[in-house]
Write a protein that binds this ligand. Structure first.
Ligand SMILES: C[S@@+](CC[C@H](N)C(=O)[O-])C[C@H]1O[C@@H](n2cnc3c(N)ncnc32)[C@H](O)[C@@H]1O
Length: 263
């Protein structure tokens, strides 16, 4: 699959890049001066940004663990980002060594890094793919060699739908959901914040074309799916249990949820 122009452009290290800004917030080393400058500028607007990035990763950790323990052995992680400690395949394969994971990202740098890291694995692959074009992803021959779409899968779209507009996000999730077998799971997360914070944050992150969704808009992405407990909640409250912990109100957080396709 070809990589889109955004992906190619992101190899320019003098311009900040979404995946590398995220890597900086997560404490990674795969970032450059331009990324660090933008990441710090955005932290000045939202001092919770780096903490939110970590909370979102902890949600990924808990939800992939939950889904693997529920019996899923195939994962498709779209907008996967630069490989960092405890990526989806490490979480799943610790519980089920036979788990297969396909990482997709529209950023050439991310795919190159992930590919180098995973070069010796037959059960984990990294591919170019754009969440705005789910049909192209679903038709990818390499994806179809690894993933058996007649069996349940887990689709992960963490921290990526806020780079797509509302209709494109709804359409993308619905297209993936239609293609996956009953018994499959969908793990979603987006960053949200109060109005004042959001407008400054979005303005600073203009290269990323960020959208801030309401709770209702985000919940609508789970249409046709059963949302598993504790429901749609801030990342730090997703436990996989019925009762989410009581949380202090905050100006910004990641909104998360896990859906199951029952039929
Ligand atoms: C904020 S990072 C999230 C990384 C990881 N999923 C996580 O939750 O920690 C967003 C990632 O989405 C990728 N991305 C942004 N728009 C995308 C698109 N339209 N299709 C695929 N990937 C995209 C970026 O390149 C980046 O690697």
């Amino acid at each position: 699959m070809g990589l889109n122009p955004d992906g190619v452009a992101s190899l320019d290290t003098t311009r900040p890049n979404v995946a590398r800004v995220w890597d900086y917030w997560l404490g990674g080393k795969d970032n450059f001066a331009a990324d660090r400058a933008l990441a710090e500028k955005m932290l000045a607007i939202n001092p919770l940004a780096a903490q939110m990035a970590r909370e979102n990763r902890q949600f990924l950790y808990r939800s992939v663990g939950y889904v693997t323990r529920a019996g899923i052995r195939q994962f498709i992680d779209v907008g996967a980002g630069l490989p960092t400690a405890d990526n989806t395949h490490e979480i799943a394969q610790r519980i089920a060594p036979d788990a297969k994971v396909a990482y997709l990202d529209h950023d050439a740098l991310v795919v190159r890094h992930a590919d180098a890291l995973l070069a010796r694995s037959h059960s984990v692959i990294a591919l170019g793919g754009d969440a705005r074009d789910p049909r192209a992803i679903l038709a990818d021959p390499d994806l179809n060699k690894l993933i058996d779409f007649t069996q349940p899968v887990c689709l992960v779209l963490c921290g990526v739908l806020h780079f797509l507009d509302l209709e494109t996000s709804r359409e993308a999730v619905a297209t993936f959901v239609e293609a996956i077998a009953p018994g499959s799971y969908v793990i979603l997360s987006v960053g949200v914040g109060n109005e004042d914070l959001s407008s400054d944050f979005v303005a600073a992150y203009k290269a990323a074309n960020l959208r801030i969704y309401s709770l209702e808009e985000f919940t609508s992405f789970f249409a046709g799916l059963e949302i598993v407990p504790p429901g749609v909640v801030p990342a730090q409250g997703w436990t996989g249990d019925d009762e989410p912990p009581a949380l202090e109100p905050r100006s910004a957080s990641f909104l998360v949820g896990v859906g199951r396709k029952t039929r």
